[in-house]
Design a binder for this molecule. Structure first.
Ligand code: ADP
Length: 243
């Protein structure tokens, strides 16, 4: 079965579209890869599959970006005509049709919200995964989204389906000035942490709006790190001349 060689499966969820779920998935994949893990990314967000664009692999169904294998439906292409996407049996085939070679972490970028698609995906995963293989879910939110019920619905969904919440990430929590690099909290921040505490789950951290991050994400380029940057004690700084 295609998931046999996958060690850990992590779902990336968000209550709303546009909060940075695919960006966080991409950065998580690149960071895990930089730390020496083999990583797969499965984009099942048919509302707007962004993973191929973010890895610069548009129009390919399954492709290797540097250090990361990514799989998605090519943009605009539906799984098969006539399939009812609200009750999608295609998740089942998509999970098993793509053969994942030795993979430490398979990140699944899910559609926003808690639709029938999520329930179908969760059911399929819980059926197909080995005990303990589905490590859990990372929930991405923005400070504004925290003020709405969407993220709480997402956390309730995890509780209902017994999917462990690995933690909450608050994205776009402030703005990094391109001139002086100072971060200004243009929105109220801290809501993600309060919500995580309310649900008794970990708050993983916050990411500001960073114009440089936007360029990296939109061009599908790997980030460059200044000399001396380390991840888990390993030097990951970008060699001179490379980008
Ligand atoms: P989602 O997957 O939740 O729909 P995306 O990851 O596609 O959201 O992000 C929406 C847009 O916001 C994209 O253009 C992305 O590049 C941008 N974006 C996301 N997070 C940040 C950030 N921290 N700084 C700057 N731009 C961001």
């Amino acid at each position: 079965m295609s998931l046999t060689k996958v060690k850990h499966i992590v779902l990336v969820l968000s209550g709303k579209g546009g909060v940075g779920k695919s960006s966080v998935t991409t950065q998580l994949a690149l960071s895990l890869s930089l730390a020496g893990h083999s990583v797969g990314v499965l984009d099942v967000d048919l509302t707007g599959p962004s993973i191929p664009r973010m890895f610069g692999i548009e129009d390919a169904k399954v492709t290797q970006a540097p250090g990361v294998s990514a799989s998605s439906f090519p943009s605009g292409v539906m799984p098969s005509s006539g399939v009812d996407q609200r009750r999608p049996p295609w998740f089942a085939s998509f999970l098993t049709d793509v053969f994942w070679d030795e993979t430490d972490y398979l990140l699944i970028d899910t559609p926003p919200g808690t639709s029938d698609e999520h329930i179908s995906l969760a059911e399929n995963l819980l059926q197909k995964a080995r005990p303990g293989q589905l490590a859990g879910a990372v929930v991405v939110t923005t400070p504004q989204a925290v003020a709405t019920a969407d993220v709480r619905k997402e956390l309730n969904f995890c509780q209902k389906t017994s999917i462990r919440v690995l933690g909450v990430v608050e994205n776009m929590c402030g703005f990094v000035c391109p001139n002086c690099s100072e971060c200004t909290n243009i929105f109220m921040s801290g809501g993600g942490e309060v919500m995580a505490n309310d649900f008794g789950v970990r708050f993983l951290g916050r990411i500001p709006i960073d114009p440089q991050f936007l360029v990296l994400i939109e061009t599908g380029k790997r980030p460059t790190y200044p000399a001396g940057t380390t991840v888990d004690g390993k030097d990951v700084s970008t060699p001179a001349g490379a980008s």
